[in-house]
Design a protein around this ligand. Sequence first.
Ligand SMILES: [Zn+2]
Ligand SMILES: [Zn+2]
Length: 153
Amino acid sequence: MRPPDELTTLFRAQGRKVTAQRQCIFRVLHGDVNHPTAESVHAAARAQMETISLKTVYQTLHELTAMGEIAALDLGTGTTRFDPNVDGAHHHLVCRRCGKVRDLHADFSTLTVPPGAEEGFAVGGAEVVFRGLCRDCRRAGRARRPRTAAAAT
Ligand SMILES: [Zn+2]
Ligand SMILES: [Zn+2]
């Protein structure tokens, strides 16, 4: 995603609406590594500017996605996640308990569909999602486990 001031220029050049609310959403998204939902973008934007509606957030996210400035991802967490990192191909780590998402930079270029398994598809690239437990959820899990049960395992 371009920096907020460049996005403002681009929106104006394309005849798209530029408001203080939209510019606030640009700032909230820029550099966000959490892969936020529309709701969490809304919460972060409202903390800076109370007049931002969820509708404005949805509309702005929709336009940014259509422009290729952010990616809308379904990572199996139940809600669409928005990723401002669209410059480099990357993969994702997903916590199966709390839905935390982080970028995973690793080279899986040797990952291929075995010959004969293409089902007639002209196969493109692969996006890899690793699921597990994030650090916070692992800590919470350890804290919850009774001492006696931990000793028994
Ligand atoms: Zn977690
Ligand atoms: Zn990402």
